[in-house]
Design a protein around this ligand. Structure first.
Ligand code: PRP
Length: 225
């Protein structure tokens, strides 16, 4: 297989040697790589911070998928009367929420809430508490809860039921990632970006590991020692 990945201009990434080369085969040390090529390497996850394993979803794939989800939501809510309330669950949702909301063409408003589920723990023990509630009055309104990931399912299952008990007209959920292997409660989101096939810990695009790597432009797995 051709190991060269085109970056920009005459610059290529050699995926076998993990070096940047030009079309004449000249090899560049990192200090000699132009800034815009360095940025491209970071965006594509070809140069990753230590501790990460591999890129699962590239920035452009995520963008395309979010557009697709937004189109589905535009269609499903096309007859909506009052603006749809998008409720993002902090903090992981913030990048997905920003993208999704900007691709929506239906009337919508933005709100956020914060729950305690994991904190510094590795596992969700099912004890979900609302720390900061959203502000928009949800009575009689259509609500779409926006998450970065569904793992055990405890958080979204709790929130969907909680919102249903508030006299809402409808409650649905959208998640960028779904990890069915982690499920501890029967729950399915209405809109799913990508399904993770194993139990790896993923970071980037809003997801963190102990607050690291949240703002990576791609989604990657972390190395396990
Ligand atoms: C993550 C994620 C969801 C929840 C999903 O939040 O953002 O809210 O876990 O997991 P579950 O399906 O097992 O309930 P986290 O507590 O890591 O906080 P964060 O969003 O601030 O990173």
């Amino acid at each position: 297989m051709n190991p060269f990945i085109w970056l920009e201009d005459n610059y290529y990434w050699n995926d076998e040697t993990h070096k940047v080369v030009d079309e004449n085969g000249n090899v560049f040390e990192y200090k000699d790589i132009p800034q815009k090529i360095r940025e491209r390497l970071k965006l594509l996850g070809l140069i990753m911070p230590n501790g990460l394993d591999k890129v699962l979803y590239q920035n452009f794939e995520i963008d395309l998928r979010i557009k697709e989800i937004a189109e589905k939501i535009n269609e499903d809510y096309k007859d909506i009367k009052d603006p749809l309330i998008l409720v993002g669950v902090l903090k992981g949702c913030f990048i997905f929420m920003a993208d999704l909301s900007r691709y929506l063409r239906i009337p919508h408003v933005i709100d956020f809430m914060s729950v305690s589920s994991y904190g510094d723990k590795i596992e969700n023990d099912g004890n979900v508490r609302i720390i900061m509630d959203c502000r928009v009055n949800q009575k009689g309104r259509d609500v779409l809860i926006v998450e970065d990931i569904v793992d055990s399912g405890y958080t979204l299952n709790y929130l969907v039921n909680n919102f249903k008990s508030r006299g809402t007209n409808s409650v649905k959920s959208a998640t960028l990632l779904d990890k069915p292997k982690g499920r501890k409660v029967d729950f399915e989101a209405d809109y799913v970006g990508f399904e993770l096939t194993d139990n790896s810990w993923v970071v980037g695009y809003g997801l963190d590991a102990f607050e690291k790597w949240r703002t990576l432009p791609y989604i990657a797995t972390i190395k396990r020692n």
